[in-house]
Design a protein around this ligand. Sequence first.
Ligand code: RRO
Length: 314
Amino acid sequence: MNMVDLSVELGPVLLANPIVAASGTFGHGDELAAVCDPSRLGAVTAKSVAPYSWAGNPPLRVTTAGTGAGGMLNSIGLPGPGVDAWVARDLPALEASGARVIASIWGRSVDEYSHAARTLKPVADRLVAVEVNLSCPNVEGRNDMFAHSCAATADAIAGVVDALGGSAPAFAKLSPNVTDIVSIAGSALDAGATGLTLVNTVMGLAIDADTRRPVLGSNGGGGGLSGPPIKPVALRAVRDVARAYPGTPIIGTGGVTRGVDAVEMLLAGATAVGVGTATFAEPRAMLRIIDELRAWCAAQSVHRVRDLIAALED
Ligand code: RRO
């Protein structure tokens, strides 16, 4: 079993294995390190930070999706310490835990994205990548996220790429809540993104029939749906984008809870695989998924996991 080479090249960076903690599901720093050893993961994506500290949304922030079929709905609302504090406190803590780190930034304007990226530039050589979160569904009063439009996506990515000045690869995190994600992905790549994270959560609503009210506490109860119900949505987005832009580094994210889910994501064209909601139910889920991925490869005589990437047949 140890003969399986799990390493993947995510753009210019070699990861020991393809399993990456998805942003927002592993804290800002080393909060989960005691239960899930970050040094055993391909990389950890920190929760998104803005140029300033931000309180996030009022409770209730997280609920089951109410589908009877698994899934989670969140309206966390981007709470965070701000990028300066993240660099000073959380990045060193993550590094001390042995994590390979992907930073994640958000903003409410192109200037704010650029500002956050400029703050990361001096520490860029300590980062695998800078993920640009263009697709949070839970910003108060905003349904027009950057990732809903080619122009806004291109403007934000161009600002970040310029601010980073080639010091770190930029990954655009895109939304599945669009008519044509291939076009949005193309805009991000044309604007200088090295890679893509596909996908963020699907916009949803949970209703409590007894109280006749939304379950979540902000934005009229709207939230982001994640977990197994969105895996087919993520696979479709990854497959379509990978076929349109072959060779693009993609972190395929959405509903991965088992090793075989990771295999499917790689076959669809992902280079690495984000795991998020599974960690909420099972904090060590990513370690199990790595073991299951290795076992699946061994059983199938796949010696190098990278040979699965975009190997989906028609
Ligand atoms: O914090 C959140 O509410 C949040 C973010 Br930043 C995101 O990107 N996706 C999501 O479902 N929730």
